[in-house]
Ligand binder design. Structure first.
Ligand SMILES: Cc1cc2nc3c(=O)[nH]c(=O)nc-3n(C[C@H](O)[C@H](O)[C@H](O)COP(=O)(O)OP(=O)(O)OC[C@H]3O[C@@H](n4cnc5c(N)ncnc54)[C@H](O)[C@@H]3O)c2cc1C
Length: 440
C-alpha cells in the first residue's frame, strides 16, 4: 500500500530558499513537506556550490529567528566596509593598482556610517556589520541539519513530484515512490527552471547577459579587514568578498576572500581552462595589489551563466513562487538570495497570520497579500541590478566619466550613502516580522 501523507504546505525544491521557508513554517508549528530531486549528501559537498553569499542584515535576522543562523554563525565573515571602484580596461594597470588600492573615484560604505544614523553605538567601530559572507555549502548544511531535527518538517530527497493537481479545495500530488500527498498550498522553490511555474502557465521574461560568473575562494597575502571590494571592469564587476581566515596544510593561517568575477561568456572558457598560476595572474591583473599576492585557495573554480528572469506573477491557484523560481537577478549587488529570503519572510507571515485566524492558508486573499507585499521590492531590485550592470559593464569614455563622477559625488553625500546602505542591508520598506528579528 502506498503511503498517504497530509501536510499543510508542500514545497517543491529544497534549495537555500525552500529549506529556509520550511524551517520558518515548521518553527511556527505549520506542517511542511519539502521535495527535492537531489540527494542531500551531494548538496552538503563543497564541490556542489563554490559560491559564498552576501547575507544582508535583514536576512541574517530572519535566519536567526528561524534557528538557522546558529548553524552558520561560526563560519560567517562580517562585512564591515564596501569599497566600489571603477577599473580600467584589462591590459592597462587598473586604477586601484596604480594608486596602490586608493582610487580617487570610488565609493566607500562603512558600517560605522549606519550606526551614526540609527544612533546605535557611540563608537562606529562597535557598530554591527553591514552583512556577512557565508559559503553556500555552510548555509545548505545548516538548513539540512535543521530539517532533520524538526518533527513538522518532512524532507523527501532525492524524490520527484509527479501528478500535481491544484484545485479550489486543495493540492494533491504523488512522489516517485507512489506516496500520495495532500496539502493546502504548493510553494514553488524549484529555482530558475521551475517546473511548477511552467505547469501553472506563468510566463517569464528572461534576458541573457552574455556574461559568466566565475567563482572561487582566493587566498591573499594581506588581511582584508572586513572590506568587500567590488571593482568594475568593462566585462563586468570583479568582486572579492571577505571570508574567515583558514589554516592551510602546513598549519599557517591564510587570509581568504570569495571571488565573483563577471567575465564575457565568450572569454570565460579560456579563463576557466587556465592552470592555477595562470588563473592567479589574471586575477591579479584585474584586481591589483591592494591585498598583496592572490592565489587560488579552492581546489577548483565554478562558473554560472548570468541572466535576468522575472515571472509575470508570483501566485496561481494554491501556488506561490519564491526565490529564483520567481526572479533571478545579476549577482552585481549580491542580492539574489536575499530577495528570496525576503519572499520567505513575507510568505511565511501571510500563511501564519491566516492560520491563526482559522482561514484556509491557500485561499486567494492570502496569496494576493503575499504577491502585493513582494511586488515593489522585486521590481526595484531587478531594475537596479540590471541598470547597474549595463552602466558599469561598458567602456565608452563619456559613460565612464559620468559614472566615475557619480561614484565620487555619492561618496561625498552621507545621507545618500546611508540610503543605499539601508537598502542593501534589506532594512527598508514594510518589513515582515522575520526580517526585523521577531518571531512569526
Ligand atoms: C555567481 C553568483 C553569485 C551569487 N552571489 C549571491 C550573493 O552574494 N548574495 C545573494 O543574496 N545571492 C547571490 N546569488 C544568487 C543566489 O545564489 C540565488 O538567488 C539562490 O541560490 C537561489 O536559491 P533558490 O533556493 O531559490 O534556488 P536554487 O538554489 O536553484 O534551488 C532550487 C532547488 O530546487 C530543486 N529542484 C529543481 N527542480 C526540481 C524538481 N523538478 N523537483 C524537485 N526539486 C527540484 C533543486 O535541486 C534545488 O535544490 C548569486 C548567484 C550567482 C550565480
Amino acid at each position: 500500500m502506498a503511503e498517504r501523507v497530509e501536510t499543510e504546505v508542500l514545497i517543491a525544491g529544497g534549495g537555500m530558499v525552500g529549506l529556509t521557508l520550511a524551517a520558518a513554517l515548521a518553527k511556527a508549528g505549520v506542517a511542511v513537506m519539502v521535495v527535492d530531486r537531489l540527494d542531500p549528501a551531494a548538496m552538503r559537498e563543497e564541490a556542489f556550490d563554490g559560491r559564498g553569499s552576501a547575507i544582508a542584515r535583514g536576512s541574517q535576522q530572519a535566519l536567526a529567528v528561524t534557528g538557522l543562523w546558529s548553524g552558520m554563525a561560526a563560519a560567517a565573515s562580517p562585512i564591515l566596509d564596501i569599497r566600489i571602484s571603477d577599473g580600467s580596461p584589462v591590459g592597462e594597470p587598473t586604477e586601484v593598482a596604480r594608486r596602490g588600492g586608493a582610487s580617487a573615484l570610488h565609493l566607500h560604505f562603512s558600517h560605522g556610517d549606519v550606526a551614526q544614523e540609527t544612533g546605535r553605538g557611540a563608537s562606529p567601530a562597535a557598530a554591527p556589520p553591514l552583512g556577512h559572507i557565508v559559503e553556500n555549502t555552510v548555509i545548505r548544511r545548516a538548513c539540512l541539519a535543521r530539517a532533520a531535527e524538526r518533527d513538522s518538517l518532512d524532507l523527501r530527497a532525492p524524490a520527484e513530484l509527479t501528478e500535481v493537481a491544484r484545485g479550489p479545495k486543495g493540492v494533491t500530488a504523488r512522489l516517485g515512490d507512489g506516496t500520495a500527498v495532500a496539502a493546502r498550498l504548493l510553494v514553488a522553490a524549484d529555482g530558475r527552471g521551475s517546473a511548477q511555474r511552467r505547469d501553472a502557465g506563468i510566463r517569464v521574461t528572461q534576458v541573457g547577459y552574455s556574461q559568466t560568473g566565475i567563482v572561487a575562494t582566493v587566498a591573499h597575502e594581506r588581511p582584508h579587514h572586513g572590506v568587500a571590494h567590488e571593482h568594475f571592469l568593462p566585462a563586468g564587476p570583479f568582486a572579492l568578498l571577505p571570508m574567515n581566515d583558514a589554516e592551510d596544510e602546513t598549519g599557517l593561517m591564510v587570509h581568504r576572500s570569495s571571488l565573483v568575477w563577471t567575465e564575457r561568456s565568450d572569454l570565460a572558457p579560456a579563463m576557466l581552462a587556465l592552470d592555477r598560476a595562470g588563473f592567479a595572474a589574471e586575477m591579479q591583473r584585474r584586481f591589483g595589489d591592494s591585498l598583496g599576492r592572490l592565489s587560488l585557495w579552492s581546489a577548483r573554480t565554478w562558473s554560472y551563466p548570468l541572466s535576468l528572469l522575472h515571472a509575470e506573477r508570483m501566485i496561481d491557484q494554491r501556488l506561490a513562487l519564491v526565490g529564483d523560481a520567481a526572479h533571478g537577478i545579476h549577482p552585481i549587488a549580491g542580492q539574489g538570495l536575499n530577495l528570496g529570503l525576503r519572499d520567505v519572510a513575507a510568505l511565511a507571515e501571510s500563511i501564519v497570520d491566516a492560520r491563526r485566524l482559522g482561514l484556509d492558508i491557500g485561499n486567494p486573499q492570502v496569496l494576493e497579500r503575499y504577491q502585493r507585499w513582494r511586488r515593489f521590492d522585486t521590481l526595484a531590485l531587478i531594475a537596479a541590478t540590471d541598470s547597474l550592470n549595463r552602466l558599469f559593464s561598458n567602456d565608452l569614455p563619456p559613460v565612464r566619466l559620468l559614472r566615475d563622477l557619480g561614484l565620487a559625488a555619492v561618496n561625498r553625500m552621507p545621507p545618500l550613502k546611508r540610503f543605499f546602505m539601508r537598502h542593501a542591508m534589506g532594512l527598508v520598506g514594510e518589513l515582515p516580522r522575520l526580517l526585523k528579528g521577531e518571531a512569526l
